[in-house]
Ligand binder design. Sequence first.
Ligand SMILES: *Cc1c(COP(=O)(O)O)cnc(C)c1O
Length: 372
Amino acid sequence: MIVLPEAVRERAMRLADALPAYVYDLPALDAHAAGVRRALPGIELYYAVKANPDPALLRTLAPHVDGFEVSSGGEVAHVRSVLPRAPLALGGPGKTDAELTLDVHRLHVESPGELRRLIGTGRAADILLRVNLDVPVAGAALAMGGGATPFGMDPEGINECLELVRARDRDRVRTRGIHAHLASGLHAPEMLDLAKAVLSFGRDTGTWPEIGLGGGMAVSYDDPEERFDWEAYGRGLSEMWRPGETLRIEPGRALTAYCGWYLTRVIDVKRVHGEAFAVVTGGTHHLRTPAAKGHDQPFAVLPTGRTGSGVTDEPVTVVGQLCTPKDVLARQITTSVNVGDVIAFGMAGAYAWTISHHDFLMHPHPTFHHLT
Ligand SMILES: *Cc1c(COP(=O)(O)O)cnc(C)c1O
């Protein structure tokens, strides 16, 4: 269960006959991002755009961040169209030659082969070398490092890259430092352990003006009130910082998850082989997050005053309109729910709409609304 802010409740009741819809709470995002910024004095803060590229979200974040981490030419063009002057750091394991020649503030190089192609283009670039360190990432929801993955390169690859830029093109391809994004879903103490490992590796390979520590700060879908401890993280990073170094982080999920709401309406409540199901308009083709991550999406039920039959205080599985058993938004949550109620799924501001298979079954797309 999740506490629904009054402004979201009000909008949900106004939209009740026009659901499904996404509602983004921009004042909440603004306050959250300001808090994160305050907790990280001296640290460069980039937002990982792939978590949610909604233009209004980008504009709301802009005053609180130093730049944006992007993963494709499409994201570069998109952020440029919304915020023409924002610094961009371009990463991603499969950059084409065309993407390598985009004019960005920083380029995260993911392999020696990619560096050779970059040198081959003849373009100038400020690069960070992305390392996949062999460090334990226990407790992570997703591991991009600490083992064989296509993300970044192992320490031998970094040495190979350093040889490459040393041998030639030193002035055109300027190595600014080391970058790592090793895991996601880690709490502040584990994130600080990772930072320590990345910094010590980086400092062993050279004297770099910049070290990128990635994103991956934990978000708890089980307990929406539990938040990443930005103060502890900020304190830990300032203790590790050395003069002359810029430390940069690039969270996505932990910045925008909380500001998004996916609102649906209950079409049917039924019991099948003894279990109660609530079927809602929309589903995981709009909000794939719970299917992708295997969790129950937290929600609140809003009676509309025009509600029909349902169930009271018992475990209910909330499903969408898709003809697949995978279209489950939340499983066996004890609640009361009736036909016609609005269900407001929270924590739908990151890796939600954009990671979903929108046109599977050809239901109408949700509408999008912004609280200002
Ligand atoms: C996705 C991604 C991020 C953001 O990760 P979150 O878990 O959303 O914080 C940061 N850096 C890189 C390189 C990424 O691929």
